[in-house]
Write a protein that binds this ligand. Structure first.
Ligand SMILES: [Cu+2]
Length: 175
């Protein structure tokens, strides 16, 4: 129990508490957010703020499977949109990048890692009801074939934002 009169009598304690809170707020985006279910770890889900009127938003993350059997991401749900799909990017015969739905779920190989990132696999939130806003995380549920439903939270960067700090590799090109 915190006695508020104690704060009044010792104002320095109050100042320290405020400073600690400010520090934690600054530190939060850099810390890796992990969500675990069985052998799976979902790391640092993130999305970008969308321009006014946008109907879709993308979601990215890294999914690790420490188990000895593959699992599959089958479905995604979030209150921010009417529906959500799992997409991949592909180059069509005219050399244009297009996105396609991943049929039958996205496999997470045994002992493997799948990275959802700009230009590759991503989640697509379609029919935005509550468009993502910078700095306002939103909740979603990922449904895996074996691990079951996993509640996660997406960090939201600015419109031009890349992966949040701590997402090593997400901004790498080539190779
Ligand atoms: Cu897409």
């Amino acid at each position: 129990m915190v006695n508020s009169r104690a704060f009044a009598r010792f104002p320095r304690i109050g100042t320290l508490a405020v400073a600690a809170a400010a520090f934690m707020a600054l530190a939060a985006p850099a810390s890796a957010q992990e969500f675990k279910a069985g052998d799976l770890t979902v790391e640092q889900p993130w999305s970008r703020a969308t321009p006014a009127g946008a109907q879709v938003a993308a979601g990215y993350m890294v999914i690790r499977n420490a188990g000895s059997a593959p699992d599959r991401l089958m479905a995604v749900e979030s209150g921010i949109s009417g529906k959500a799909e799992i997409h991949t990017m592909a180059v069509d015969d005219k050399g244009v990048m297009t996105m396609r739905m991943v049929e039958g779920g996205l496999e997470i190989p045994a002992g493997g890692t799948v990275e959802l990132k700009p230009g590759g696999y991503h989640l697509m939130f379609i029919g935005l009801k509550a468009p993502p806003k910078e700095g306002e995380p939103f909740a979603a549920t990922l449904s895996f074939e074996k691990a079951g439903p996993v509640a996660v939270e997406f960090a939201v960067t600015g419109m031009a934002g890349g992966a949040p700090a701590g997402m090593g590799g997400a901004m790498k090109h080539g190779g």
